[in-house]
Design a protein around this ligand. Structure first.
Ligand SMILES: [Zn+2]
Length: 245
């Protein structure tokens, strides 16, 4: 049995028995974990509001070899995102981010980059909720990239020619090809859309948010449609939750 201290983002909770909860969270130390918080639904309990979804906490838990469920011992709130729970569109969007993290992260595999990107996006929603749409797009593109599903945005997957300012095509295998190699089949990615995708790879999130603010509402819708399609193909089904665009 070993004791682990780590930062974590609470993603989802389920009631268990009379007074307990199962807590699903993304940790910095060991990726996605599921843990039991004993007694956390009693009126007076040591966890307080720290196990509310989307809270960034410092977590202490026990793990045993060959047991998937860990035992949560202690929590300390680093950042409560409770201020966001009054806006239903934000709650839906955060639940969507949480779901994607649960779907994409293999349990007990540390991925510090994913953890940092996720906490940065949750913080950004809390600080600039008006940028929600651009934060969602940023999160989706980076999640695909970190998990190795984002196609090469620079060159055609077939002839390896560097893309110029041109319409390119996303195939069913999640690769991007030039018009010639794809026979213009697949989902068309316009040059505006392509440059927005490139920007997500290059820019830190606040600068990307600024760039998306300048984009036309048509381009914004197209990015949302494209990232949603890519995620659907990776999962082989559409995500359970779809935030408003
Ligand atoms: Zn080509």
């Amino acid at each position: 049995m070993s004791l682990v201290d780590t930062e974590a983002l609470i993603l989802r909770t389920y009631n268990l028995a009379e007074a307990d909860k199962i807590v699903v969270c993304l940790t910095k130390h060991s990726g996605l974990i599921r843990g039991v918080a004993k007694g956390c639904r009693k009126l007076r309990n040591r966890f307080g509001a720290s196990l509310e979804p989307f809270t960034h906490v410092y977590l202490t838990y026990y793990e045993r070899e060959n047991r998937e469920l860990v035992s949560i011992r202690q929590t300390e709130i680093l950042k409560s995102n409770f201020n966001l729970s009054s806006d239903p569109s934000i709650v839906t969007a955060l639940a969507y981010l949480g779901d994607l993290l649960i779907e994409f992260s293999p349990p007990h595999q540390a991925n510090e980059l994913l953890f940092r990107m996720s906490t940065a996006c949750f913080d950004a929603v809390s600080q600039t909720p008006e940028d929600l749409q651009s934060i969602l797009r940023y999160f989706e593109v980076w999640l695909l990239k970190i998990e190795g599903f984002l196609p090469d945005l620079r060159a055609c997957a077939n002839c390896h020619r560097t893309f110029a300012e041109e319409t390119i095509y996303l195939g069913h295998d999640l690769s991007l090809r030039c018009a010639q190699c794809s026979n213009s089949r697949g989902s068309a990615v316009s040059k505006h859309l392509h440059s927005q995708l490139r920007a997500t790879e290059k820019l830190p999130q606040p600068k990307f948010a600024h760039e998306v603010r300048e984009a036309s509402s048509e381009t914004k819708k197209q990015i949302a449609e494209l990232t949603f399609q890519m995620i659907g193909r990776v999962l082989e089904r559409m995500p359970r939750i779809r935030p408003n665009v």
